[in-house]
Design a protein around this ligand. Structure first.
Ligand code: GRF
Length: 225
């Protein structure tokens, strides 16, 4: 069977950002849009948590926000179907998960295949899941970092778009490492979104290539400190 190739669209895009918490990655993406670094608008900031600070910040920034209460839906599929409906209404091109703490159904992941990104505070596929800064320190790895990846139904396992490497220092605590990783997250997430709407991301199987306009070639995406 021929390999499926996806190329991201070169267009002025519409983004939905999903948050459940403080929303610093959402702000980094929005700041990059305001600085004209990303050719897109945020159509909606969505949350499964009514009190998410990120949702409040979005309101203060005069962005449209949407909260849906998971308890009002029969099951996860029904909840995710409602979100899909809301996103279609707004013609969303890309979903950016930014600290969204609810697992999305295979149905949702299929609908937004190659059109949904997540940021993870470790170098995937090492340390998927939660509390990964602590796990990286305890394991004794010398480097951790951040990963932006496309989202598939298998949590934290989708094709990797960009990674940033952060050394682990001998006196690091979970918090100090998390802070340094977060600084890198705020750089690579907007960068991945920028590349997406420049039409510069190409997905072939598990690999994501950045199309280089200068040499007409395609390069795997890499970024390090
Ligand atoms: C970040 O560390 C991100 O990598 C992880 O959740 C955290 C969200 O932080 N997925 P924020 O809400 O973007 O500040």
């Amino acid at each position: 069977m021929a390999e499926e190739i996806f190329v991201s669209p070169k267009k002025k895009g519409k983004i939905a950002v999903f948050v459940s918490g403080r929303g610093s990655n959402f702000m980094a993406i929005h700041d990059a849009i305001l600085a004209n670094k990303i050719n897109a608008d945020i159509a909606v900031v969505f949350s499964n948590k009514e009190e998410a600070p990120g949702l409040k910040i979005a309101q203060q920034r005069n962005l449209e926000t949407l909260y849906l209460n998971p308890k009002l839906y029969a099951d996860r599929d029904e909840y995710d179907k409602e979100i899909i409906k809301e996103l279609k209404k707004r013609e969303v091109d890309l979903v950016c998960l930014a600290g969204y703490m609810r697992i999305l159904t295979p149905l949702f992941c299929k609908e937004f295949k190659n059109r949904m990104m997540n940021i993870h505070p470790a170098l995937l596929p090492s340390f998927p899941g939660l509390h990964v800064q602590k796990k990286a320190i305890e394991w004794g790895v010398k480097y951790s970092g951040a990963t932006v990846h496309f989202v598939t139904a298998e949590v934290d396992m989708g094709p990797i778009i960009i990674q940033a490497v952060v050394p682990i220092l001998q006196d690091d605590t979970e918090d100090s490492l998390a802070d340094r990783i977060l600084k890198e997250e705020h750089k690579i997430y907007p960068e991945a979104v920028r590349l997406f709407f420049e039409g510069n991301l190409e997905v072939r199987g598990r690999r994501v290539f950045i199309k280089s306009s200068e040499c007409g070639d395609t390069q795997p995406t890499t970024r390090s400190k």
